[in-house]
Design a protein around this ligand. Structure first.
Ligand SMILES: C[S@@+](CC[C@H](N)C(=O)[O-])C[C@H]1O[C@@H](n2cnc3c(N)ncnc32)[C@H](O)[C@@H]1O
Length: 171
């Protein structure tokens, strides 16, 4: 085989490998949770400005995307932990938060993530996952913990407060 032909095949293989990895990270995630759609940054700040959360409280983001919730949380004086399955988003957000010692991103499935120490859990998910999320949070959160569900609500559960598109629940 001519060197030019071989180089062409290598380029095609690399292209397909990149495509498969990107598709698995951004596309196949829909079987485990919501795809990446970021919360509006101004909405996050408004939510944290309005809620009276004690400084130093642990805020957990279930699917932390590009890290914007975590960044806003540490800027408001909270500790922040994000579970994110997409390695590209997790690495991007780790770089974004590299100067924030109070923020941590774990590359992991949030269904396996520990939320028992959280004072606040932020959820931006999708309708098919809300009932399962409620059951997990109800079983694991300490009494008095707060859940902020952006854009979606838990069916049949009373919303304690609304801030823009966010539904706030006291567990
Ligand atoms: C709708 S986006 C929200 C991102 C971020 N929380 C925000 O509000 O800007 C959902 C995120 O959850 C991640 N995700 C979906 N299912 C997941 C799972 N089972 N474990 C960890 N992350 C997951 C997606 O990769 C995506 O980044």
């Amino acid at each position: 085989m001519a060197p030019v032909q071989r180089a062409g095949i290598v380029v095609v293989i690399i292209f397909w490998l990149i495509f498969i990895v990107l598709f698995a990270s951004f596309g196949l995630i829909v079987f485990l949770g919501a795809p990446f759609v970021p919360t509006k940054s101004t909405d996050i700040d408004e939510i944290f400005d309005e809620l009276k959360i004690r400084k130093g409280a642990l805020v957990v983001d279930m699917g932390s995307g590009d890290g914007r919730i975590l960044l806003s949380a540490v800027r408001h004086g909270y500790r922040a932990l994000g579970y994110e399955l997409n390695p590209f988003l997790a690495i991007f957000s780790r770089l974004r938060l590299r100067k924030q010692p109070d923020a941590k991103i774990v590359i992991s499935d949030y269904w396996r993530g520990d939320v028992t120490k959280a004072s606040v859990v932020f959820v931006f998910s999708a309708t098919p996952f809300m009932a399962r999320l409620y059951d997990k949070l109800k079983a694991e959160l300490k009494p008095g913990a707060m859940v902020i569900s952006y854009g979606f609500s838990f069916e049949g559960i009373k919303i304690d407060q609304k801030i823009g598109s966010a539904n706030i629940y006291q567990f």
